[in-house]
Each structure stands twice: as structure tokens, then as C-alpha cells.
Design a protein around this ligand. Structure first.
Ligand code: ATR
Length: 280
């Protein structure tokens, strides 16, 4: 019930498209007796500083931040978590009595999706397709989990090189990059293959040549969540490979934000319930 002590949590973005966050967080706040309410705010770029200031003025518990503010918001915060700084973007803000700390839970949510399946990331060889913000957050978080190596494949080489450098310099983990199209040999030795490009979103394009046949225990992950069964996921299933869906990462980045604000880790049942709302 909303009363005089209810605290506000918000999403700052522009435009605010259909968001999963209010239903995830309002469900969890109710379930765990957290007297908070989650609302979305359409904030123009020119109003961002004022919106961030109002987190303090209104004594909000925190915020999520989405496109196009994930980078610009950083300059208005008192503190930025180490990995969010390396990623160069913030999607979650926690308000500790006027002291705002920025975090990035995109990569955390992705890693949680893999660990939830019972995978051990230690010593694994990773290939990430794409070199945008999502690739960066996933690469940094995987590197924090002591994987063996990370190769970045992207059509434009500079961004791939930048991510590789961040990984090598900050985590002392082997990282290579290339703009070559992926062939069978490239993935034969890989443990986890991740698509972070929008290829396959609202189309049946695939980020890999679908005629490639793979054997073994390669784990295939797509961050595209609509459709759930992208061509990349279908390709993996046709090779009898295990998969992680984009919707898993989407829900899990929300669960990680909830943990940052409340210190509560939602149960397995909550996760399954929330994923169930969105699985095709
Ligand atoms: P996000 O923040 O979700 O990571 P992004 O920053 O726009 O989104 O990055 C998307 C990535 O997918 C980029 O690396 C982009 O390649 P460029 O760096 O060359 O722009 C890649 N990408 C987008 N559309 C693509 C396509 N049709 N084929 C291959 N790669 C694509």
C-alpha cells in the first residue's frame, strides 16, 4: 500500500518505450515488503541534470537509466562502481542519503544467466559478436569472473580493439579482436559464443553462417529478446547446443538492480515467475 513513507524508484530515459522494469520491480517490492514504487520518467537530454538532482531532493531510493542517458548521467553522480567505469555506462543508481553511486547491471545480469544454468566460467574461452555498449558490459563482467580469453568480432574494427584493450589492461586476460566473418574453425575451440548485435531483432537474419555445423558443448547466447527464438538460437538448437535467451539477461539485470537497492536476492521462484511472464 502506498503511504507517507513509500519511496520512489524510477526509470530515466527518452523516449520511454515499453519497459519491463515497472512490472519486475513492483512485483518484487510487494513480494519482499519493500515500501517502494517504481515509475517511468521521460527525461529529455537537456533535463537530465535536474532529473538526477531530484533523486536527492525527493529522497528517492534510486533509479534505472536507459537510452540515451547511460553515458551522460555519469558526470552527475558522486561515485561510480569500478566495472561501470570500465564499461563507460551506468544503468542503475543507488541513493545513500544524497550520495549517488552508479552501477551497470547489464553484464551482471548476463553472467547470472550463465551461472544459473550451472556453468562454471573459470578458464572458459569466449567469443563476443558485436562491440557496442552491451558487448562492453558483458566482456567486462566475464573478465571479472576469470574467464580464460575473450575474442571480440565486429564489422568495424576500432570498437572491437577498444574493448580488447580494456580487458587486457584491466584484467590481464587474453583478448583478441577481428572484423572477419566467423567460420567453423573460429568457434571449434570456443566454450561460449555470444551475439550482442541487433541482428535477428524483428527479422530472421543470423549473425553467423547458418550452414556451419558444430559439435560439442558450445554454449550459445543471444541478447536479442524479441523474438525469443532468434535465427541464432534456432541455429544453436539445430546443432543440439545449449542456449541462453536475451530475456534471461533482461530479467536478471533487473534482479541485480533490485539487489543493489535492497540487499535482497530474489528467489529462484521469483525469477521463474518473472521469466514466465515474458517467454514466448
Ligand atoms: P548496444 O548498446 O545494444 O550494444 P550498440 O552500441 O548500437 O548497441 O552496438 C551494436 C553493435 O552491433 C555494434 O558493434 C554494431 O557494429 P558497429 O560497431 O560496426 O556499428 C553491431 N551491429 C549493428 N548492426 C549490425 C549488423 N547489421 N551487422 C553486424 N553488426 C551490427
Amino acid at each position: 500500500m502506498i503511504n507517507s513513507t513509500t519511496k520512489l524508484v524510477g526509470l530515466l530515459g527518452h523516449p520511454i518505450k515499453q519497459s519491463f522494469s515497472p512490472s519486475i520491480h513492483n512485483y518484487l517490492f510487494k513480494k519482499y515488503n519493500q515500501n517502494n514504487i517504481y515509475c517511468c520518467f521521460d527525461v529529455k537530454e537537456s533535463d537530465l541534470e535536474e532529473a538526477v538532482r531530484s533523486i536527492k531532493t525527493l529522497n528517492m531510493r534510486g533509479c534505472n537509466v536507459t537510452i540515451p542517458h547511460k553515458v551522460n548521467v555519469m558526470k552527475f553522480l558522486e561515485n561510480i562502481d569500478k566495472n561501470a567505469r570500465l564499461i563507460g555506462a551506468v544503468n542503475t543508481i543507488k541513493n545513500d542519503e544524497g550520495f549517488l553511486t552508479g552501477y551497470n547491471t547489464d553484464g551482471l545480469g548476463f553472467v547470472k544467466s550463465i551461472l544459473d544454468k550451472g556453468y562454471d566460467l573459470n578458464n572458459k574461452k569466449i567469443m563476443i559478436i558485436g562491440a557496442g555498449g552491451s558487448s562492453r558490459s558483458i566482456a567486462v563482467q566475464l573478465a571479472s569472473n576469470k574467464v580464460k580469453s575473450i575474442e571480440i568480432r565486429n564489422r568495424s574494427i576500432q570498437k572491437a580493439m577498444d574493448i580488447s584493450e580494456i580487458i587486457r589492461d584491466n584484467f590481464k586476460i587474453a583478448s583478441t579482436y577481428s572484423n572477419k566473418t566467423i567460420d567453423k574453425n573460429d568457434i571449434e575451440d570456443i566454450d561460449i559464443l555470444i551475439n550482442t548485435t541487433p541482428v535477428g531483432m524483428e527479422s530472421n537474419e543470423c549473425p553467423i553462417d547458418e550452414s556451419i555445423r558444430v559439435k560439442g558443448d558450445l554454449l550459445v547466447c543471444d541478447i536479442v529478446y524479441k523474438p525469443q527464438n532468434t535465427s541464432f538460437i534456432k541455429w544453436a538448437k539445430s546443432n543440439n547446443l545449449d542456449v541462453v535467451y536475451g530475456i534471461d539477461m533482461l530479467i536478471n539485470q533487473g534482479l541485480e538492480a533490485f539487489y543493489i537497492w535492497t540487499g535482497i536476492k530474489p528467489s529462484k521462484e521469483d525469477e521463474l515467475y518473472l521469466k514466465g511472464l515474458y517467454y514466448d
